[in-house]
Ligand binder design. Structure first.
Ligand SMILES: [Fe+2]
Ligand SMILES: [Fe+2]
Length: 218
């Protein structure tokens, strides 16, 4: 018959010498021997994420500045709001880098060399939104990898990136709904005037702005 230890005994064994272990390497602060991740590797990943957040912050501000025509006021506010949220993400990541004993990436040359999502500027409103959506989607893919990598070895970093991931998904969804239309009953995409199926333009369907420019009916 297999002898199994009672849970109380197992736990008293596990927790024995806890304060002795905590007394060791006191200078490590919050980092104890329960931290199982490769700290240097996590700091490297976090600094790449931080560089990515700075890039997103700059990209949204650039789009805020440049979306200056009369019809862009609502979008400008959205760019400003997203920029503020990316800065909050940068703050959270930078603080985590510091807690883990690293130096947060803040030098422009380090940001441009580390970011996996370089700043991309759109030439008009639509390409601005597309560039932002591409950036958000790339960030989502990156942060999914971070969550999987941290697993149970660095629980706080994992939880932080789960929260960031939720924000980035919301950003992407907001951009998606500005770029595309969806049927309210089926959620299927409705082709918009911007992306009329190939051949329609040749068949004589013209966009309203083209009609206005040609003196057509308003
Ligand atoms: Fe972000
Ligand atoms: Fe974002």
């Amino acid at each position: 018959m297999v002898q199994t230890q009672k849970p109380q005994i197992v736990w008293s064994e596990r927790l024995r010498n806890l304060t002795d272990r905590a007394r060791e390497n006191l200078v490590d602060g919050a980092l104890t021997d329960a931290y199982k991740a490769n700290r240097e590797e996590v700091i490297g990943i976090l600094n790449r994420a931080l560089a990515s957040e700075w890039s997103a912050f700059l990209q949204y501000w650039h789009h805020y500045f440049m979306a200056s025509d009369l019809h862009s006021s609502a979008l400008r506010e959205m760019f400003k709001k997203q920029a503020a949220e990316e800065m909050e993400h940068a703050r959270a990541i930078g603080e985590r880098v510091q807690l883990l004993g690293g130096v947060p990436c803040t030098r422009p040359e380090d940001i441009s060399s580390l970011t996996p999502t370089p700043v991309q500027y759109g030439h008009d409103l639509r390409s601005m939104l597309e560039a932002d959506l591409i950036g958000e989607r790339a960030t989502i893919m990156f942060y999914c990898e971070v969550v999987r990598h941290c697993g149970n070895d660095d629980i706080v970093t994992r939880r932080m990136f789960e929260d960031l991931l939720e924000d980035e998904e919301e950003h992407a969804d907001e951009l998606l709904r500005l770029l595309y239309q969806f049927d309210a009953t089926t959620s299927e995409q409705i082709p918009s005037l911007h992306e009329a199926p190939k051949g329609v333009a040749e068949a004589g369907v013209r966009r309203p702005e083209v009609m206005r420019a040609a003196g057509g009916r308003r």
